[in-house]
Structure formats: C-alpha cells, structure tokens
Design a protein around this ligand. Structure first.
Ligand SMILES: C[S@@+](CC[C@H](N)C(=O)[O-])C[C@H]1O[C@@H](n2cnc3c(N)ncnc32)[C@H](O)[C@@H]1O
Length: 307
C-alpha cells in the first residue's frame, strides 16, 4: 500500500505522482540521476561564477521541487539546482564575486506546480517558475536569455505528457551556449513502440489507441524511421541500441558527441539513459570524470545478481 507523504491519501499501487496533490514520487534509480546532476551543477556553477559568467539552470519538466522517496521527502532536481549557489558560496575563494546563476522551472501539472512554488519560496530572488507545456514555452524562454549560458535539464515521465517533441529538442540544440541533459526513457519508448502491432487491429478502440500512441512516439523520435528498426528481428539489446543511436544521430547535427549515460551505471540492460550534450570541452571532461568515477566505484550491476 502506498501513502502520500504530503496529503496522506493512499493507493494500492505507487503512482508516478500523487493523484490528489501532485507530489512527484521517486522512480527507479532516482538517486543516481540526482547524484550526477548535483555533481555536475556544482563545479559548472563554481567555474562560471569565478569567471563572472551569467548562467541559467533550466528544468523544463521540473516536477514538485521536493519529491517522495519511500516515506521521506527529499530534494528534487529544482531544489538541487536552487541550492547550487549555497554550495558555490562555501567553496569559492573570492567570496566577493557576484552570484551569477538564475534558475527557470517549467511544470505542466497544476497540482505539482503548486508544490514546486511552495518548495522554492526561499529562493525567489533568483528563481522563476512557469506552469506550462515545455514545448510551448522553452524556446521563447531561451530566446529571452539572448547569449547567456544555459544548462537545460529535461526529465519528463516516459515520453512526457504532452510528449517532449524532437522538434523542441532540436530548437534547444540550435542555440549557442547551451548544454542539454535529457532523460531518454527506454521504458517509455519500448512500451509505446510495442503498440505498433495493433495499428491495424480489428478492434477499433485498440486500433485508435495504438495509432495515437504511435503518432506520439513519432513526435518524440522526430519521424517514423524507428518503426522500421522496431519491426526488424533482432536481439532486444541490439534493438535498444539502434533506436537510441537513431535518436542520438539526429542530435549529432548540432553537437559532435552526445553522450548517453546508462542508468543504472554499468548496466548492460539499462532502464534509461541520461543524454548529455555540450560544445564545451571543460563541461564534457567534468561530466566524463563524474560518470567514470561512479562507474569505477561499482554502482550496482543489478542484473548480475539475478543470473
Ligand atoms: C519525473 S517528474 C519530475 C522530475 C524532476 N525533474 C525531478 O527530478 O524532481 C516529470 C515531471 O514532468 C512534467 N511534465 C511532463 N511533460 C511535460 C511537458 N510537456 N511540459 C512540462 N512539464 C511536463 C510532469 O508533470 C512531471 O511533474
């Protein structure tokens, strides 16, 4: 039995966010995701402040600010980002350097958004929030920031609701001085792709559902080429790699080396990937160091336990 740590409502199964109050629930490997995010935002912001460079952290699918993990309430990605200046203030040698980070958080779900606003009360002097679909607001938000450096984090549930369109990602990547950190949900992709076999189903309801889901996945993948790969007979791991590569190849038009990070780290059968893209050599090095250090520390090879 699951119980919401905020409003106290309960359900048989744990939802992705509380159906009553919108509090986001921790998913698989949330801890690894947050560790990487935290370990990257800290040095990035430290370097930027040292050099007096104005920069923005944007969480385009921000969630509730805090999230529920088991029965505890812990910081979600917006709070991890909003607490970065505290960390930098403690670390930086020249404390007279002006803080140079601002945060922008976008969240579509109205109930979840109200948690988000509450959790960020203390940080209002450098944090903005918007209750909207990231597809409709992210690009105009970036345009307003002109040539400022931005780190954009996109972590919807599955493909997003509304789906995070490939078109949106493309526009983000067209912008200079922009880094992207994106949750690519293999679970979301493969669950939806599995409905391809129903698009000509004799049951009209199933057929309609399948066609709508496939149209959504086309928007996510930026076309329908994935369908040809999905139909091919191949090992599931080869299929997963081929579809991920298709997604990454599109990103390569804008960035040379989009880096997929398998989560859980070291897994040969990851649940999802965090895709990191930057044009900045230092950014690339910091992220590679973080991930390689964590891989070496031997983050769970869970499937090995079940052999
Ligand atoms: C995994 S949760 C939040 C994760 C959050 N970044 C964190 O780690 O704390 C994903 C959130 O994205 C929101 N979302 C999904 N699609 C969206 C969209 N198109 N625009 C804005 N928010 C969206 C959902 O409502 C949900 O609150």
């Amino acid at each position: 039995m699951w119980k919401c740590a905020s409003c106290g409502c309960s359900r048989e199964e744990k939802p992705t966010s509380c159906p009553e109050c919108g509090l986001v629930q921790a998913g698989l490997w949330t801890d690894q995701k947050y560790e990487i995010l935290n370990d990257y935002c800290h040095p990035l912001s430290h370097i930027m402040r040292n050099q007096g460079i104005k920069h923005y952290f944007i969480d385009a699918c921000a969630g509730s600010g805090v999230i529920q993990d088991q029965s505890d309430i812990i910081d979600g990605s917006p709070l991890i980002m909003a607490k970065t200046p505290e960390y930098v203030q403690n670390k930086i040698k020249n404390k007279t350097k002006e803080p140079s980070v601002e945060c922008i958080f976008i969240e579509i779900n109205t109930k979840t958004y109200s948690h988000l606003c509450k959790s960020l009360d203390k940080y209002r002097n450098f944090v903005q929030t918007t209750n909207a679909d990231a597809n409709s607001i992210l690009i105009s938000t970036l345009d307003k920031l002109q040539s400022a450096f931005t780190f954009v984090y996109i972590d919807p549930f599955g493909l997003g609701d509304p789906v995070i369109k490939y078109e949106t990602i493309k526009h983000v990547l067209e912008r200079r001085f922009t880094e992207l950190f994106l949750h690519f949900s293999w679970e979301g992709v493969s669950r939806t792709a599995g409905l391809l076999s129903n698009i000509d189903h004799h049951d009209q309801t199933l057929q309609k559902q399948a066609r709508s889901a496939i149209a959504t996945l086309n928007l996510f993948m930026g076309g329908d080429i994935w369908q040809e790969i999905w139909r091919r007979k191949m090992e599931p791991s080869v299929k997963r790699k081929s579809i991920l590569d298709l997604y990454l190849n599109g990103l390569k038009t804008y960035y040379d080396f989009p880096t997929p990070i398998e989560i859980p780290l070291n897994s040969r059968d990851p649940d999802f990937y965090l895709v990191f893209t930057t044009r900045n050599e230092t950014g690339n090095k910091i992220m590679n160091d973080i991930v390689n250090r964590k891989r070496r520390k031997g983050s769970a090879k869970m499937e090995d336990f079940f052999k």
